[in-house]
Design a protein around this ligand. Sequence first.
Ligand code: BES
Ligand code: ZN
Length: 626
Amino acid sequence: MNIYQRTGFSGLLCICTLTLLAFSACSPVKKEEKSMKDIHSYSEPDKIIVRHIRLDLDVDFDTQTLAGRATLEVNNIAGVDTLILDSRDLTIERVTLGEDQRETGFVLGGEQPFLGQPLRIAVDRGVRTVNIDYRTSPDAAALQWLAPEQTAGKKHPFLFTQSQAVLARTWVPCQDSPGVRFTFDARIRVPTGLMAVMGAENSQEHSSDGVYTFTMPQPIPSYLLALAVGDLGFRPLGERTGVYAEPSVLEKAAYEFADTEKMLEAAEQLYGPYRWGRYDIIVLPPSFPFGGMENPRLTFATPTILAGDRSLVSLIAHELAHSWSGNLVTNATWNDFWLNEGFTTYFENRIMEAVYGREFATMLAALGLQDLQRTIGQMGETSRDSHLFLDLAGRDPDEGMTDVAYEKGHFFLRMLEKHFGRERWDAFLSAYFDHFAFKSMTTAGFLDWLDEKLLQQNPDLREDLRIDAWVYGPGLPENCPQPASDALRQVLAQAERWNAGAQASELETSGWTTQHWLVFLRSLQDDRLSSERMLDLDRAFGFSDTGNSEILSAWLAHAIRHKYVPAWPALQDFLTRQGRRKFLKPLYQGLAQTPEGKEFALKIYQHARAGYHPISAETIDAILGL
Ligand code: BES
Ligand code: ZN
């Protein structure tokens, strides 16, 4: 469906002014404008733009709603008579203009899947302030309301948001496009005893009356709007860093993230000052559908990275790196998603190298390249989705977001680093983050900057480096760098021995880290994995009982494929106790391959679904054909 074919005013819900509002139908977007326009937003920020949002919201766990007011400060650049906002599943109660709150008309347009409805508000040329009284729906896709049993402490409910990619509109009426930035402040009322935190300036203390206030002085795009409410405590990690978590998780989290301040310093050494004040992390309950989310000043993280040995903290390096690539210089549209994730995956690896050494970082890169090769293999060498510059028209952006943006983007930048040398390349990147700070960036805009600063308009170099093939072509160009890791070679040698028939107990595995085990598990040959041989591995290495979520998920994928029944209780447990989509998706997909597997999956899902976030549940529904 062409999203520009809007349905007009079929949903005329409320007319609050005395004068009946006459809206003209939207003119179709001209072809040449199309690439500039964010196809996932109804808003028209080139005509009228939101600069600041003030939220005043009550958090009601009984009705599972947020209710209150969003006050938008706008700049009516073109002097238009309509402000179009994105909204989805919101109930708009009243809209007024100005400090004196003059009633104005509004209308919710036709609804489209995942885009929601345009909220059209009648404004005057000189409008500065728009006040929207509204409430969210219990089904708001950005919000997960957790019952006490779904938390670590089991006593208090919990709420968290996830706005990326196009879900902010389910809890705040806004111009929900990464190309629009605004500052905000907020007043959030929660039941006494609970604590509210936002991706903003946070107090580290509980408030006695349940009212929390926040300010966000740096302008952000809507997908970085974030709120969490629960029984939370805080522990400092360093001068500018700290962690929030439920009290019973706090100590483990503080241990795991002990290197955060070092990472922050390493990141600044690489690409310039951290511009957001503090960098804190909140560990969410296990239903959080992602590994991490780079909400400014406050990374949201899954508890599945609390391995107990700090071995999965590259995720923190990743979310921290977004403070430059993504939060500071932001992809203009979701088609430019690789500018966020590819740069961040590259930067993440540089932080890991700086803090933990080259060998470890190379191993992580090698694992990333394996992921990419697998993804491209699955989608097909010629798939349009294997381009860096995506075409997400007519699709939920969430669907087209794959390892390609992350790892093909990462290796593209590695290739450029290799060609220009670290010194020039790092200077180039620092200047890029500085020059475009707090701005959005298109793919073409980045390539122009690259051309100007490094290629120096040399068409041969552009061709030699295969820039266009990387960005606008499928698959992996042949000048993709290959990370050479000694550790990886050692692991491969042991995997070879096992594939050739050696007993697991004979292998030399002392000193192996999580990443060694992951490479090992990936190198086991399918035709060698009989149930008996899997039992040999399990006895020697205890994979079914591991507390490391990455190792467990890789092991369980084998267990499903090779019908290793002894691991099925662990599988059921893993699919029930956490809701991280990256882990759920391949396991349910594996189970869905066979009739018995599917039956087992449906049995588990019947109970587990209620505990999953809507984002994960939607993905699993599709896999199981529900
Ligand atoms: N920004 C992403 C998460 C995201 C992407 C949410 C697209 C919604 C839509 C975050 O930075 C991320 O990439 N998280 C990864 C972890 C990372 C270490 C690769 C994840 O959650 O798996
Ligand atoms: Zn990311």
